[in-house]
Ligand binder design. Structure first.
Ligand SMILES: [Zn+2]
Length: 304
C-alpha cells in the first residue's frame, strides 16, 4: 500500500480510501465489519463516511453507517490505526427534509450540531461523558493525566494525544481565569507579564517572550504542553521579571546556546540575521485564536 500526506497535515493516509455509503442499507453491519477488517489487513487506513449515509438517504437509515463504524471501532479497538473522514449534509429541502428540516447550512450552529451528532454515533454516545469529564476536571483542577485517561477510554486514542489536549485546555482555562481576576482589580493590575520556566527544555519562543508585558485583553498564547504563566503587572511595582529571556539566554555558555537554539539558527542570530523576539512565531489557531511556537530558520531568514 502506498501512503500520502493528507492535505497540509502530517497525517499519512493510504492512497486507497474505503467508502462506506452502502453500509446499513445495501450491506449489513456484518458485511461492513468484513470490509473494514479486510481493508485494514491490506494497509488501507483511510475510511470515509457521512452523516447522510446510508445511501439512498432516508430518515430511517440516517446516521446508520456511522453507527456501524462506531460499533466496529469499539469491537476492534483499533481507533488509532485508522483515519476517519466524515461529511456533513448540505442544504436539501426536497431530498433530505429529515436532516435539520432540510435547511442545513454550513454555519457554526449546523456544523456544531452535525459534528456532535456524528461523534455521538461514532463513539457510542460517549461524547457527553467526555465533554463533561473535561469540564468537571478543569473546574475541579484535576490532574490533566486523570482527565486524559477518561478521554482515552472514550475515544480509544493514544494517551499522549489526549493528554496534550487536556493539558492545553486546562492550562488555557486557568490562565483566562487569572486574567479575569486581574481585570477585576479596578485598574491596579494593568496588564500581565509572560513568565516562562527557563531551562534547557524551554523553546526559543517562550524564552524570547519571558518578561514581556502584555495588555489584559491579550491571552498568553503559547503552544500545546506550554509551561508559561501570566504574572500580574502593576506599573508602580515595575516588571516582576528581573531578567528578560534574551538576557538569561545570552548569559549561557555558547555550547548550551547552540544546543538549545540549534546550531544554524544560532549562527544566523550571531550574524544579526534576525532579532531575538522574532523567535516567537505567532499563527492563527482554530481552538485558541492564536498560538505561538519557535520560528523555523526559514521563517526567520527566508530561503538561503
Ligand atoms: Zn515554548
Amino acid at each position: 500500500m502506498k501512503y500520502r500526506k493528507l492535505g497540509h497535515t502530517d497525517i499519512d493516509v493510504s492512497v486507497i480510501c474505503l467508502g462506506s455509503m452502502t453500509w446499513g442499507q445495501q450491506n449489513t453491519a456484518e458485511q461492513a465489519f468484513e470490509q473494514m477488517d479486510y481493508a485494514l489487513s491490506q494497509g488501507v487506513n483511510f475510511f470515509d463516511t457521512a452523516e447522510l449515509y446510508a445511501i439512498p438517504p432516508k430518515a430511517e437509515t440516517y446516521g446508520r453507517t456511522e453507527e456501524i463504524i462506531g460499533a466496529w471501532l469499539k469491537a476492534r479497538a483499533k481507533r488509532e490505526q485508522i483515519v476517519l473522514a466524515s461529511k456533513i449534509a448540505g442544504p436539501g429541502e426536497e431530498w433530505i427534509p429529515h436532516i435539520r428540516n432540510g435547511r442545513t447550512r454550513f454555519n457554526r450552529t449546523d456544523i456544531s450540531a452535525a459534528v456532535y451528532a456524528s461523534l455521538q454515533r461514532l463513539t457510542g454516545n460517549t461524547v457527553d461523558a467526555v465533554v463533561q469529564s473535561i469540564v468537571d476536571g478543569v473546574l475541579a483542577g484535576h490532574n490533566p493525566r486523570k482527565i486524559a485517561r477518561a478521554i482515552q477510554g472514550a475515544f480509544g486514542r493514544g494517551l499522549t494525544d489526549a493528554l496534550r489536549n487536556t493539558r492545553t485546555v486546562q492550562i488555557w482555562s486557568y490562565r483566562d481565569s487569572a486574567r479575569a481576576n486581574y481585570t477585576a482589580t479596578g485598574g491596579i493590575v494593568q496588564g500581565w507579564v509572560w513568565y516562562a520556566r527557563l531551562d534547557g527544555l524551554t523553546c526559543m519562543s517562550c524564552v524570547s517572550q519571558h518578561g514581556s508585558i502584555h495588555e489584559l485583553s491579550e491571552t498568553l498564547d503559547d503552544h500545546d504542553n506550554g509551561r508559561c504563566a501570566p504574572l500580574p503587572y502593576i506599573p508602580e511595582f515595575g516588571n516582576p521579571v528581573q531578567q528578560r529571556g534574551q538576557d538569561w539566554f545570552s548569559g549561557l555558555p555558547q555550547a548550551e546556546q547552540k544546543k538549545q537554539m540549534g546550531a544554524s539558527k544560532w549562527q544566523a542570530w550571531q550574524d544579526d540575521k534576525f532579532q531575538f523576539d522574532q523567535l516567537s512565531h505567532q499563527r492563527p489557531d482554530d481552538r485558541y485564536g492564536t498560538m505561538r511556537s519557535e520560528a523555523s530558520l526559514k521563517q526567520l531568514v527566508g530561503e538561503q
